[in-house]
Design a protein around this ligand. Structure first.
Ligand SMILES: Nc1nc2c(ncn2[C@@H]2O[C@H](COP(=O)(O)OP(=O)(O)OP(=O)(O)O)[C@@H](O)[C@H]2O)c(=O)[nH]1
Length: 393
């Protein structure tokens, strides 16, 4: 940013090194005498000091902000880009879908919310599943000692729940198992497992979005970022997918040609890595730094967090659990090149066969709709210039 204030540069060092009895120096520098000193040296004071910054992101890498007022802009940029890449795990975490529930939505479409536990953190990560063909293996697997009612309560049922239902399996499946109903009759009703596998073979790859939690953008209507809009847009696109290979007419889909093809369905993996993994507390500090002139990457670095502290191993493991690890691959809805690389997993467990970009609604509508604010413009331009996000094919 050509008109960016010099004091926001992460390349600038703290004004003084911390000494044991020197705590009064570790606060925002409002001392005019010290500011004069810095002006004489040609550098403005830094925005934050080590004393008021949080500890490193849990499991995050240490960020070396280049020292010395003479540190070049290039060094600062290199440090930032080195730390913007997500962590690649050597092995995938273990995940288990604990419960699934049908959610009718305000748009009239239904989706199934899947709640996962895992062996690397104690957060409740989610998979929002659109369409009837995508099922969780860990959810469907029988659990010791459970009753049919237990299975229905945790969502491990097929078909639809209704008052008085007593089995997690559909009547047709029970009858087939008991040899009561001829197989031919079952398949003519599109009910048999083999038929379902055949249908899935004919369908194109699922549309997937890996989304990181953003309380501000998704809950309190923040116009600092595009997160809320992206979540809504992903749900809209996935609700419009055709999941029936025999449908005579495919829904016309203006947004992207590949979304008009019949598809296995849609999945939004909703990861609890608020604020690109630094948490809400630090993200709110980062917002204050942004109001003081830093951009979204510099603010993270000034707080001694990586530019991007996220990882995507949980997303890969959840996609595998949802049966999306096969040859068919997935279409990934993102502008973030690192996500494409990271979500494929350490052993290429998931294959991204196509990246579908997310173009801001304001761009597509000439500013008539979508988020409009100077903050979101700055945020998106930093995504493009520093995080190298691709807002086109
Ligand atoms: N630290 C920090 N995090 C932010 C800021 N603005 C938004 N975020 C977080 O950035 C993350 C954005 O996540 P996504 O939309 O999934 O990913 P993305 O990297 O923008 O890539 P796309 O897939 O193209 O949207 C969320 O965790 C937000 O909470 C910010 O200014 N600072």
């Amino acid at each position: 940013m050509a008109d960016f204030p010099a004091h926001a540069s992460p390349g600038l060092p703290p004004l003084a090194s911390p000494g044991p009895n020197d705590h009064q120096h570790f606060r925002l520098h409002h001392d005019p005498a010290r500011q004069d000193l810095h002006s004489q040296n040609g550098a403005a004071p830094p925005l934050v000091t080590p004393h008021i910054t949080p500890p490193l992101t849990p499991n995050g890498e240490h960020v070396d902000i280049p020292a010395g007022a003479q540190a070049s802009a290039k060094a600062a940029h290199d440090a930032a880009t080195e730390t913007s890449a997500p962590k690649l795990l050597e092995t995938l975490p273990e995940v288990k879908c604990e419960v699934r529930a049908r959610i009718p939505t305000t748009t009239g479409q239904e989706m199934f919310l899947h709640l996962y536990h895992n062996n690397v953190d104690n957060k409740e990560h989610l998979a929002i599943v659109f369409g009837p063909h995508i099922r969780s293996r860990s959810l469907d697997a029988p659990r010791p000692g459970e009753t049919e009612r237990d299975r229905m309560i945790r969502g491990a049922y097929t078909g639809t729940l209704f008052p008085g239902r007593t089995s997690s399996r559909r009547v047709q499946e029970l009858r087939r198992e008991a040899g009561v109903e001829p197989v031919a009759d079952i398949t003519s009703k599109h009910e048999g497992e083999e038929h379902e596998e055949e249908v899935k073979r004919k369908l194109g790859p699922a549309l997937v979005r890996i989304h990181s939690e953003c309380y501000t953008g998704e809950t309190v209507w923040s116009a600092r970022c595009d997160c809320g809009e992206q979540l809504d847009e992903a749900a809209r696109l996935m609700s419009g997918l055709c999941t029936d290979p025999s449908a005579e007419e495919q829904p016309p889909h203006a947004d992207h040609p590949s979304l008009a093809q019949p598809s296995l369905g849609g999945v939004i993996i909703y990861l609890r890595q608020e604020g690109r993994g630094i948490g809400l507390l630090s993200k709110l500090k980062a917002y204050n730094l942004q109001d003081l002139g830093a951009d979204t990457m510099q603010a993270n670095l000034l707080l001694r967090h990586p530019a991007d502290a996220r990882s995507y191993g949980l997303a890969t493991a959840m996609l595998l659990d949802l049966g999306l690890g096969g040859d068919k691959g997935v279409r990934l809805l993102t502008n973030n090149p690192e996500k494409v690389r990271a979500v494929e997993g350490p052993g290429h467990e998931v294959s991204v066969v196509e990246r579908v970009p997310m173009i801001p609604i304001a761009w597509r509508t000439g500013g008539k709709e979508g988020i409009k604010s100077k903050e979101v413009e700055m945020y998106i331009s930093t995504k493009i210039e520093k995080f190298k996000h691709m807002f086109s094919e």
